[in-house]
Design a binder for this molecule. Structure first.
Ligand code: PNW
Length: 459
């Protein structure tokens, strides 16, 4: 590929996972069930009836996994804390994260916890879940409990992961847990996820003002399928609900007027006091980027399957007629179109249109159905995907975006939500029968990128 793209000194090189996707040990420590433990048992919710009961057993194998990170030369590891595990009786579950953090620090890997990666305690869902305001208060209490234990050793924190997915796949399309299909409730869920973020940052900052806080949002580049008015308006709506509905409250303290108008019939009425809480000063924003949305306003154009193998109900609350026609670009094994230039676009937009915060790509990667050949996964397609997106990061830095680090999704193959174990995102292959880990070609390639400070000339 093209010439060498070196990154600034101090740039963080990481990989990411999430608790329910990797830990397993769902009964250990007196951990109570989360909404995902419940959802995976609903017939037809997850491909193949897969569950996270064992996942890749990271709970028992974390020392081996930390050694892999050290061998790859990762400087940072993004993981999530399971809320029901952390709140297990007697603080036993928090002990796991305490040991994990110490193991990471011993290996010279900076811990980057995310407090909410979709595993709401089932008891809170039974009380109404994220559409209820009380859940935001409970989240802030939980955040303070975790931060009180780990905040002395962990400097960088992320509150919620991808509130768009948690709200609109969880409560509108029903593709993710808790599998509800209630558009008005989904809007309240989105609001309370962001309110929970703001309250959690307040609570943690009160404990340790010097730590660094932020949220991770999933952003897309968005373009209309044509310059027809219906397509341009559909792109505005998708950009509105996917990107600006989260960025504007978090960073500007207001909801976008056009989106409020799009969702008017659902009676969404956030208060100014809540918006002030949501817009806490934050030090960083995590950007999860996978693809570009090309959008059509023509309800007869072909829909592009996105959120689950079963996707039938729209997550696009207030804009249910939007469609995602294929542009013919190559796709990953998820059917998601590959477009690195969209990552540059997203990062540069944040730099130009929003107040300055440090930016981190907190997820970026490619999922495939793949198996080893003679013991190794030769994942040239993943390497090409990652190389292209790292060069896109470099372009964004050249354009002035304050990008400080990059976490690939994922360190290990793992439980891919509604897709079960059928799609693999790892740099490291996991044999699900034996749980044996084996680095793919992409793991060796990434280690070399880190060693050289950027993707090389000789790809
Ligand atoms: C993100 N969609 O999930 C998550 O943060 C990860 O846990 C996940 O494994 C990764 O991306 C790959 O999927 C998403 O349908 C799941 O729009 C679904 C969608 C987007 C992100």
């Amino acid at each position: 590929m093209s010439e060498q793209a070196r990154f600034p000194d101090g740039f963080r090189w990481g990989a990411a996972t999430a608790a329910y996707q990797v830990e397993g040990a769902t009964d250990a420590d007196g951990r109570a069930p989360s909404v995902w433990d419940t959802f995976v048992r609903r017939p037809g919710a997850v491909l193949g009836g897969d569950t996270g009961d064992v996942a890749v057993d990271h709970y028992h194998r974390f020392r081996e996994d930390v050694a892999i990170m050290r061998d790859l030369g990762l400087t940072s590891y993004r993981f999530s804390v399971s809320w029901p595990r952390a709140q297990a009786p007697g603080g036993r579950g928090l002990g796991f994260y305490d040991r994990l953090v110490d193991a990471l620090l011993d290996a010279g890997v900076e811990p980057w916890p995310t407090l909410y990666h979709w595993d709401l305690p089932q008891t809170l869902e039974d009380a109404g879940g994220w559409p209820e305001r009380d859940t935001a208060h409970r989240f802030a209490d939980y955040a303070a409990e975790v931060h009180a234990v780990l905040g002395d050793r962990v400097r960088n924190w992320l509150t919620v992961n991808e509130p768009w997915c948690a709200a609109f796949l969880g409560y509108a399309s029903g593709d993710h847990a808790p599998g509800r299909r209630e558009p008005a409730a989904a809007l309240r869920a989105a609001h309370h996820l962001m309110l929970g973020h703001g309250m959690a940052v307040q609570a943690m900052r009160a404990q340790r003002p010097d730590n660094r806080f932020g949220a991770a949002v999933n952003l897309y580049a968005v373009s209309p399928a044509s310059d027809a008015e219906a397509d341009v308006d559909a792109a505005r709506r998708v950009d509105g609900l996917q990107n600006r509905f989260f960025l504007d409250p978090l960073l500007l303290g207001r909801y976008p007027e056009d989106v409020l108008a799009d969702v008017e019939r659902y009676g969404f009425a956030p208060s100014d006091a809540d918006l002030a809480t949501i817009r806490q000063p934050i030090e960083h924003l995590g950007v999860n980027y996978y693809s570009r949305h090309t959008v059509s306003g023509d309800p007869d154009s072909a829909p592009q399957a996105a959120s689950s193998p079963f996707a039938e109900h729209s997550p696009w609350v207030g804009s249910e007629h939007v469609r995602f026609p294929s542009t013919g670009r190559p796709t990953t094994g998820m059917g998601w179109e590959i477009d690195p230039s969209g990552l540059t676009e997203v990062l540069v937009r944040l730099h130009r249109e929003y107040p300055a915060v440090d930016l981190y790509v907190t997820e970026n990667g490619a999922g495939y159905q793949e198996e080893p050949a003679n013991g190794t996964v030769h994942d040239a397609e993943r390497i090409r995907y990652l190389d292209g997106h790292l060069r896109a990061c470099r372009d964004a830095i050249d354009a002035g975006a304050p990008l400080r680090g990059y976490f690939t999704w994922s360190l290990l193959d793992n439980f891919e939500w509604a897709w079960g174990y059928s799609r693999r995102f790892g740099l490291v292959h996991v044999d699900y029968a034996t749980l044996r880990r084996a680095p793919k070609d992409s793991a060796r390639w990434y280690a070399e990128v880190i060693r050289r400070g950027g993707p090389g000339a000789s790809e």
